[in-house]
Ligand binder design. Structure first.
Ligand code: GAL
Length: 333
């Protein structure tokens, strides 16, 4: 803090950015990772819309490293950005960085994933509970009814609040069926950092522990579903077991057409990223955009916006993901 204030060029930069914030705000976008295909699209759409509105975007990506992401945000603060948009790797660890932003009076928008126990100005995301309900509902409707169904559950990164919300949505549907004995969860685990190789490890462990007799694998996203399907492929089981996912990644849509993955949840990223850029520019220019909902992050009821999600399988892939221009038909072949 002291060294920041002692720097004359920095003070000039801060003054310049304060002056610029009316017409040409500077937005700091701090991403957890660019590994999943979706985040590259989020970044590109967000940046394009922000530039259209006259803003500049400085992007940082932390490669799933909390220390690095806190440092990224601190550096954006010291560069004098007018507003911060953050996709936290860890919704708990990022609290510290938001407190620094609060001290510097820089507004903060949590993008896609919530940041816990601190004062953020907005939370823009998809309806994450609905994502889980779509995954659980898809599996529940297709499980055998004449006997106890055997399922594996692969959750996301335990550091990501979204992963808990996806599970909560799945529980809303699967919970009563598990309780009444219609479904047996033969194995379940959390995939650290959403890594596909961790999805594969969990699937391997499930097969080793409970055998090959599996009806469905309820997986929380496409990346980890890809890992689980790799394990199923190696066992000669791919295509025989229902597998869920999320994100409509290109590889996942290809697997859906090939029959090794059953469904994904399509989140129209364009809507969220465009909206986030508009909200960021509004906030930077001192406006208070309306938010229809609030979500409690532990210390604050955060004004929130939830975008809709769409359940996609072989039947409606063309009418959704392709019709929307999210992927080109020729890329799916
Ligand atoms: C979640 C996000 C998902 C998925 C996952 C892994 O927070 O909502 O779309 O991509 O992270 O990055």
């Amino acid at each position: 803090m002291k060294t920041r204030l002692a720097s004359v060029p920095l003070l000039l930069a801060l003054a310049a950015s304060a002056f610029a914030s009316k017409e040409k705000p500077v937005i700091g976008l701090s991403l957890d990772t660019l590994k999943e295909e979706r985040w590259q699209r989020d970044r590109d759409t967000f940046t394009a819309e922000a530039q259209k509105l006259g803003a500049t975007v400085i992007v940082q990506s932390a490669n799933s490293d909390d220390t690095r992401q806190v440092r990224d945000v601190e550096s954006l603060i010291s560069r004098g950005v007018d507003v911060l948009v953050i996709v936290p790797h860890n919704g708990g660890a990022m609290t510290r960085a938001v407190k620094s932003a609060n001290e510097a009076k820089i507004p903060v928008i949590a993008y896609d994933r919530l940041i816990m126990n601190c004062s953020i100005d907005y939370y823009l995301t998809f309806d994450n509970v609905k994502v889980g309900e779509a995954q659980g509902g898809y599996a529940a409707a297709r499980l055998p009814k004449d006997r106890k169904a055997r399922i594996v559950r692969i959750y996301g990164a335990p550091t990501d609040n979204n992963a808990k919300m996806f599970k909560q949505g799945q529980d809303n549907i699967l919970g009563p069926l598990i309780k009444s004995g219609k479904i047996d969860v033969i194995h379940e685990d959390w995939a650290l950092d959403w890594k596909p190789e961790n999805g594969k490890k969990i699937m391997n462990a499930a097969i080793t522990r409970a055998g090959r007799n599996i009806d469905a694998v309820v997986v929380s996203n496409d990346g980890t579903a890809g890992g689980a399907i790799q394990a199923l492929l190696e066992e000669g089981l791919a295509g025989q077991v229902l597998v869920t996912g999320q994100d409509a990644d290109l590889a996942a849509c290809q697997r859906i057409l090939r029959g090794t993955q059953s469904m994904t949840v399509y989140k129209p990223l364009k809507n969220l990223a465009t909206l986030a850029a508009r909200v960021a520019v509004d906030v930077a220019q001192g406006r208070k955009p309306a938010a229809a909902a609030v979500l409690d992050n532990g210390v604050k009821k955060v004004p929130s916006i939830f975008e809709k999600v769409i359940s996609v399988d072989k039947e409606n892939l063309t009418a959704t993901v392709i019709a929307d221009g999210f992927h080109k038909a020729e890329d799916l072949r």
